[in-house]
Design a protein. Structure first.
Length: 376
């Protein structure tokens, strides 16, 4: 049952936020859509194409009593400050990953969310991709058997991106690799050992004091016998872009290793279950899940380029990060309409973000064990 009052939404940051604005505009429970960007040319381009209101300053959004919810697609260093400001203004907040880059900032966002009583949702694409939804269905059907090990990786070359990316500690932005592992195992990471790897150019070390282009961590998971391995790189690795995860089970293993290839599924042959040398191997194509979406926005799981001049890798992947963008918009809007917590609420976001922050701390201390705070 739909609420009579629609949710007026603002999208802040249009380099990556453009696609989200288009999805909100067609969601039946969204009202007006306002966009915000400091770049006047980009702001004009988006407002003209989508026929929406545009402003250049976040303060205009925060001070507008008619705006109910704000989706932040701003730079990583600004996420915590902007999220707290949105919540303190009495508006619901969605924010692209990561939630924050320090434990203190995570705690501040949680406190602001509790004070305001408004929803906070971290817009983690990795748990709404076609590949993850396929794996989740496998688990629900018991096809993995007992899960024995988890692995995630995110390789990305950030040369020539905005200045704040230069030398960013890889594990500070690792939720795309960590979140699928914690979501599928339905638990949190409690401790980590992490090591940096490789040599980085001197000028890239200055901004954050991070000496490594890549980091690899091993996490111990709570209330289970599971460990999870995560590798993250941002510079100097010759590797195509990939956000990947692998789930190793007693009865089946699902590996996604390449961005433009379907995952590999290994299963025990039911005719010779004791002969693990002759596993069944397949590459099932993960399907769209329109049944999980409000029908009006289900088309956005498909490839959706807005212009030849303004492209983003997520658009090329089809509907944004393998079809995940409309799922995120739908969940955020419906959580407000239905007056419930979003599935990736502030506590879940904290438990998916803190492991990366603690992993980098471990790497900076020679791989020393770091306990990861619990957020409840």
């Amino acid at each position: 049952m739909r609420r009579s009052k629609k949710i007026n939404v603002a999208v802040v940051g249009l380099g990556f936020g453009w696609e989200f604005a288009a999805i909100y505009k067609e969601h039946p429970d969204a009202g007006t859509v306002t966009v915000c960007d400091k770049n006047p040319r980009r702001l004009l381009d988006v407002t003209n194409k989508l026929q929406v209101k545009g402003v250049s300053d976040l303060k205009d959004i925060l001070n507008d009593p008619d705006i109910d919810a704000v989706h932040l697609v701003t730079g990583i260093p600004d996420h915590a400050q902007h999220a707290v400001a949105v919540l303190n203004s009495g508006k619901h907040c969605a924010c692209t990953v990561p939630m924050a880059t320090s434990i203190a900032d995570i705690r501040e966002i949680i406190a602001a969310q509790k004070r305001s009583g408004k929803n906070y949702m971290m817009m983690e694409t990795a748990v709404y991709t076609r590949q993850y939804l396929f794996a989740r269905e496998m688990k629900e059907n018991g096809l993995f058997g007992r899960i024995q090990f988890l692995r995630g990786a995110h390789y990305q070359d950030m040369e020539h991106w905005p200045d704040y990316w230069a030398g960013l500690p890889p594990m500070w932005y690792a939720t795309h690799a960590i979140a699928p592992l914690l979501a599928i195992s339905e638990t949190r990471a409690i401790k980590v050992h992490c090591f940096g790897s490789g040599v980085m150019r001197e000028e890239l070390k200055k901004q954050y004091g991070n000496p490594w282009p890549g980091e690899t961590a091993i996490f111990q998971l709570e209330s289970s016998d599971l460990a999870a391995e995560v590798t993250r790189s941002l510079f100097h690795y010759t590797k195509p872009y990939i956000e990947s995860f692998s789930i190793y089970g007693e009865s089946a293993t699902y590996e996604w290793q390449m961005e433009d290839e379907s995952p590999i599924l290994f299963r025990i042959n039911p005719e010779t279950p004791a002969d693990r040398a002759h596993l069944l191997t397949a590459r099932p194509e993960p399907p769209d899940r329109p049944n999980l979406l409000t029908p009006d926005i289900s088309k956005f799981t498909k490839r959706f380029i807005y212009s030849d001049e303004h492209k983003h890798l997520s658009f090329e992947q089809g509907g944004g990060h393998h079809g995940s963008h409309p799922h995120l918009v739908d969940e955020f809007i419906l959580s407000i309409v239905e007056e419930r917590k979003p599935k990736i609420d502030a506590i879940t976001a904290a438990n998916w973000t803190a492991p990366g922050i603690c992993a980098h701390q471990s790497a900076m201390n020679g791989g020393r064990e770091i306990k990861i705070p619990c957020f409840r």
